[in-house]
Design a binder for this molecule. Structure first.
Ligand SMILES: *Cc1c(COP(=O)(O)O)cnc(C)c1O
Length: 398
């Protein structure tokens, strides 16, 4: 139905629907997967180790542990951080639910700190206000790819003895003060879902410089089971022997997926370059449209740009975000909203969270729209988006 007719009649700006994000799979990716399908190992084999090594090299960390998805990566990191019932973990509501769900999986309580209205990332002052003697960890999110102020957060972590699990699902390739994220926090999680920068279909990976975390993450990924002789409780059983030391999960990733990941990783610089070019073009073209706030980037961040999010200055228009959003969809522009504040979800309401706890996030939610951004998007595609915004905002102008 969408796109048959533009909202104000006539032909939509685009004939074909433009998605907000899309993977880029080429022949080399396909070849790499086929080779692995013909090899001896489909899971827990050499491609997994190779992928982990390459990601660790890319971000500059000592260790990397690949798992079945980004959410599993966050869960494993919460486990490795020792988060358990009675603990509190501070995160942002302006994120995908997984950033807080991982805390609930461990029986602990997510505490939401508000965003900074300029960067849209978690506000470091609000983190400090929300620290109690139950606080165990902080999960900052590099929202849209912009690095959070990691030095300030690590300083708080030192001061209050907390662990920082960075949700960098949006931010592979992002630099914080010239250093890649994945090499700053205690543990950093990346997602490899198809809408993210590089993909394994489903997948996630955690990077860390801490050997103890690395060992715990590895154990958690595979049921809590080990064959490592040094870790065994009973050492004299025989060479068939393995032990389950902890209650872990099956969060393994396949060699098939990692073969795709290795091939995708070899193209990451091109992908990010293209995203940055598109963002510059958006910033430039949208600057001439009144009522649109384009993203602000802090000087310590060099974003790899997973998402491009604008704010509509609603006081200038006779419409709510919803009407503007639906009108853009009718023009065949694949807009989106990232995100519904996590505690708005009925599940979070049911377990006791109230609306109103993070006013900056709530106001931002009312006004934001995510525009299409992916490396294969052409300049013409981008111009269509800007033309559609201009058309609709002119229509609704006060
Ligand atoms: C995508 C995403 C995740 C979860 O990743 P999956 O691989 O889909 O499980 C977590 N946090 C954020 C902010 C994300 O965007």
């Amino acid at each position: 139905m969408v796109g048959k007719l533009a909202m104000f009649g006539g032909k939509p700006v685009r004939d074909e629907y433009l998605p907000y994000g899309q993977q880029w799979i080429d022949e080399a990716d396909i070849k790499s997967v086929i080779q692995t399908l013909k090899s001896d190992y489909l899971t827990t084999g050499p491609k997994v180790r190779e992928f982990e090594k390459k990601i660790a090299e890319y971000v500059g960390s000592k260790y990397a542990v690949a798992v079945s998805n980004g959410t599993a990566a966050l869960h494993a990191a919460c486990y490795a951080a020792g988060i358990k019932e009675g603990d509190e973990v501070i995160t942002t509501p302006m994120t995908f639910a997984a950033s807080a769900n991982c805390v609930l999986y461990q029986g602990a309580k997510p505490i939401f700190a508000d965003i900074n209205p300029k960067t849209y990332n978690i506000d470091v002052n609000d983190i400090e206000r929300k620290i109690t003697n139950k606080t165990k960890a902080i999960i900052p999110v590099d929202y849209t790819g912009q690095a959070t102020d990691l030095d300030a957060i690590m300083e708080l972590a030192d001061k209050y003895n907390l662990i920082v699990i960075e949700d960098a699902a949006h931010a592979i390739g992002t630099e914080y003060k010239g250093k890649k994220v994945g090499n700053v926090s205690h543990m950093t999680e990346f997602s490899l879902h198809p809408v993210k920068h590089i993909t394994t279909g489903e997948g996630g990976i955690i990077t860390t410089n801490n050997e103890d975390f690395y060992k715990k993450l590895s154990l958690f990924r595979t049921h809590g089971i080990t064959r490592d002789y040094d870790l065994l409780v009973n050492k004299e059983e025989g060479s068939w022997y393995y032990e389950q030391l902890e209650l872990g999960y099956n969060y393994r990733i396949t060699d098939i997926q990692c073969a795709l990941g290795i091939s995708q990783l070899s193209k990451i610089d091109t992908f990010i370059k293209k995203r940055r070019e598109l963002v510059n073009k958006y910033n430039e073209m949208l600057s001439s449209i009144d009522g649109v706030t384009t993203p602000f980037e802090a000087d310590y961040s060099n974003s790899s740009w997973h998402l491009y999010v604008i704010q509509i200055e609603l006081e200038k228009f006779r419409a709510l975000r919803k009407e503007i959003f639906e009108a853009l969809k009718a023009e065949n522009i694949g807009v989106n909203v990232h995100y519904i504040p996590v505690y708005y979800h009925p599940y979070y309401q049911k377990i006791g969270y109230k609306k109103g706890i993070c006013p900056n996030s709530e106001k931002f939610y009312e006004r934001m729209i995510t525009l299409p951004l992916f490396p294969r998007m052409s300049d013409d595609d981008l111009e269509d988006v800007v033309i559609a915004i201009d058309k609709i905002l002119n229509y609704y102008k006060r």
